[in-house]
Design a protein around this ligand. Structure first.
Ligand SMILES: Cc1cc2nc3c(=O)[nH]c(=O)nc-3n(C[C@H](O)[C@H](O)[C@H](O)COP(=O)(O)OP(=O)(O)OC[C@H]3O[C@@H](n4cnc5c(N)ncnc54)[C@H](O)[C@@H]3O)c2cc1C
Length: 437
């Protein structure tokens, strides 16, 4: 008999939530280089959860995630999300009309999905988020049921739930996954473990253990920064996005935060990521100008709270974060060729099925995506009747959907998704690549 029914490698928000769902039904090992520290992207995600998406499958799993996170103590704060159009720098009525039309299109999408939404004038938007908006705000669309997820608290909840249900949690670096006659062997610095099923949930390190993910789970750099520390506001302000500028901002309680996608995509090749023990890169010149431009969108008094921000080395981010000065860092996360997660079976379906992955999953989607995957794995273990539940989501997230396609093209498409977080390619009806959907 195998040591475990399932070994999950990676205890970020994805691996931990999956463990919570599977542990009551299986003998499970959750292994991570550092289970408690959350050294992956989960450890420093600002955690915006927006449920409106041009891709129906993403909207569906975001809604399920909000439902789950809202049931976890401290897991979700329904502060609302706001997309803001700003007036053109020089008077330009056509540009302004175009900007407001883009907001109306988002409102129509929310309407079609049955999600609450409200179109606001610039003055109404400023009243809701005075820290982040000034008279340049032309109009906004507000999604009151969106909010911010505490990714660390959710992952910790997943780990605690799994442990309480009998799972083993282990600190250990996994060096390889080997197919055996009866399942898989997981080799780690803590020894080897056999299991019928292995799930790779290793975030930006996905391609290290599963080379076939190299071209589809692609790591990129992303600048994010915090203001100086302050007292929490009585009411947290909504999460703000300036879609045309590729910038977003949020109220973190004791600090404000700003991030930007407004730069050339910076690829972190697997070799480079493999050398890192956390999902932090070093601050670099290719992302710094975008962060500085982002601060220019804030009212001057708010921008001043970020002024003279420090850019600590990777090793120093945590000590600097513990202080009160403003700072910025380079966080790494995964992009995929069609912006959808890679979550499902990696090996042949049928009796030999046993190697799975769940990578390229955002906090926004993790609750929903891990629910879909948990059901698939339980079915494979014969613990739940196969009933085609969520068939469309399983198909949409199938990690083998790009099999046989040119690797360079896949990587290029994934990198192109970095600046297209609103999936506008989908909205325009021109998908870049054929996924097997
Ligand atoms: C700056 C920043 C801003 C973001 N903003 C948002 C946002 O607003 N909304 C949103 O939805 N998402 C956001 N994201 C993305 C989000 O954080 C990630 O998609 C998500 O956290 C990924 O979770 P994960 O569990 O897949 O991976 P991770 O959290 O990276 O976990 C992977 C784990 O695997 C472990 N591991 C890797 N290799 C091995 C090995 N060989 N052996 C043992 N363990 C291993 C690692 O130690 C790590 O703990 C942001 C990310 C960053 C960096």
């Amino acid at each position: 008999m195998s040591d475990y029914d399932i070994v999950i490698v990676g205890a970020g928000i994805v691996g931990s939530l999956l463990a919570a769902k599977l542990a009551p039904h299986t003998r499970l090992l959750l292994v991570d280089r550092d289970v408690a520290a959350l050294p992956g992207s989960t450890g420093h995600a600002p955690g915006f959860v927006g449920q409106v998406n041009t891709v129906g499958a993403l909207s569906e799993v975001a809604r399920r995630s909000v439902k789950l996170y809202s049931s976890i103590p401290g897991g979700f704060n329904t502060v609302g999300g706001m997309e803001v159009a700003i007036a053109a720098p020089e008077p330009d009525i056509t540009a302004d009309i175009h900007a407001v039309d883009a907001l109306k299109a988002r409102a129509a999408l929310a309407e079609a999905a049955g999600l609450p939404h409200e179109l606001l004038s610039g003055a109404e938007a400023r009243a809701l988020a005075p820290t982040f908006l000034d008279e340049r705000a032309l109009a906004a669309v507000y999604f009151p049921s969106d909010g911010t997820a505490n990714a660390k608290a959710i992952a910790k909840y997943g780990q605690d739930t799994a442990k309480a249900a009998g799972a083993t949690l282990l600190d250990g670096d996994v060096s390889g996954i080997v197919k055996t006659a009866t399942g898989y062997r997981v080799d780690s610095c803590q020894g080897s473990f056999t299991a019928a099923h292995v799930v790779v949930a290793t975030g930006v390190w996905g391609g290290q253990l599963v080379p076939s993910l190299k071209a589809t789970a692609v790591s990129v750099a992303h600048p994010y920064g915090y203001s100086t520390k302050r007292s929490p506001r009585p009411i947290a302000q909504p999460f703000i996005r300036w879609p045309a500028a590729h910038v977003y901002a949020r109220d973190h309680g004791q600090r404000d935060g700003v991030g930007s996608y407004d730069h050339e995509t910076v690829h972190y090749a697997l070799q480079r990521v493999g050398a890192l023990d956390s999902a932090y890169g070093d601050w670099e010149s290719r992302i710094a100008p975008a962060f500085n431009r982002a601060l220019g969108l804030l009212p001057p008094r708010t921008a001043a709270t970020f002024r003279s921000y420090r850019t600590p080395s990777r090793e120093d981010v945590h000590p600097v974060a513990a202080g009160s000065v403003p700072y910025a860092f380079n966080g790494l996360f995964t992009v995929t060729p069609d912006a959808l997660p890679l979550s499902g079976a990696l090996d042949v379906a049928g009796p030999t099925q046993g190697l799975w992955c769940s990578v390229g999953v955002w906090v926004t989607s993790a609750g929903g995506v891990t629910g879909v995957l948990a059901d698939q794995i339980l079915e494979a273990l014969g613990k739940k009747p196969a009933g085609g539940v969520d068939a469309h989501l399983r198909k949409a997230f199938d990690p083998r959907r790009f099999d046989g396609q040119d690797e360079r093209q896949l990587e290029t498409a994934a990198l192109g998704k970095y600046n297209d977080i609103y999936n506008k390619t989908e909205q325009d009806g021109s998908k870049g690549l054929n996924s097997r959907l």
